[in-house]
Ligand binder design. Sequence first.
Ligand SMILES: Cc1ncc(COP(=O)(O)O)c(C=O)c1O
Length: 355
Amino acid sequence: MRIDDIDTPALVLDLDAVEDNIATMANLLAGTGVRLRPHFKTPKCPQVARMQLEAGAIGITVAKLGEAEVLADAGLGPILLANQIVGGPKLSRLVALLRRGVDLTVAVESEHHVRELAAAAREAGVCAAAVIEIDAGMRRCGTAAPAETVRLARLLLDEGVDFRGIMGYEGHMYGQPEPSAREALIHSALEVVRRHVEALAEAGIPPTIVSTSGTASVHIAVREPFVTEVQAGTYVFNDLHNEEFVPGRFRFALTLLTTIIAVKDRYAVADCGMKSLTNEFGPPVSADGRLRAARLSEEHAIIVGEGVGELGPGARVELIPSHGDTTINLHEVYYVRRGGEIVDTWPILAARRFR
Ligand SMILES: Cc1ncc(COP(=O)(O)O)c(C=O)c1O
């Protein structure tokens, strides 16, 4: 299939760029002792997860049971569910995965989570495994004090749950645009994690897993001897938002292919809107930077920029999303490009698996 034969709007994945990004991350981690368990919230596609595992990832991180189910169906794992699972409908899906023999570790952050998880596992006759989520400063989920983490670890063991360690994600770094202030913030978040690790070690229950960090903080986390693995997700495709934080390190692998449907004096109109593209981190831009989607409505994008005079109806424009994850979530399939050719289509099986 040629790229011109694809109906638009359509997500195009550049396989060379994906491979380069996977290799760049592997090189960043090589020799550090820190392993990669990439977050599935970005690619949402088993073919990509398989490439990451083949390149040395020790498993896959997910945020949702629906993502874990997609991976389990594809026979991929081990899986770290880096989120809180609450309530009967979710726990029954979780124990169903454990019954299937899926190697699944789930996060807990309070006595409520531990007791619910332990009771569901006991009732189903399976063994659950958990990491304790700590709040490394993001003020989302997670234990605050190291003593709380130690108490929960003991409770997990008392309740017969396999205590595997801790996780702390420093996502608040994205709120700090100034690089040196952001570095300081990442260091202090990792310092919080270190205090929890030490408290557990002093209590005689050292964590096996200490999982931290996303794409913009991995380079700092690898210098910390207590970090065992990182959860980076965005690096695999990159997007404009990530590029602001780690400029030049990863290639743009993902574009939205669009068709110009109308041309006016100062702008053109593309056939993509909020139903196929997100702009919460700013306007999507073309690869050469000469065009940008200044405004999105449901099915239209207003394209402006110095290249706009060259566009006519029917012209094809490829836009790099400002946020890949939420754009990908709107689609069914990746058109996989190698050089100028579309060589495959990969279903985005975990798109909209938000339960
Ligand atoms: C808990 C958790 N871990 C890891 C990540 C991955 O971060 P990034 O996509 O910046 O690599 C995220 C991102 O939202 C996250 O919420």
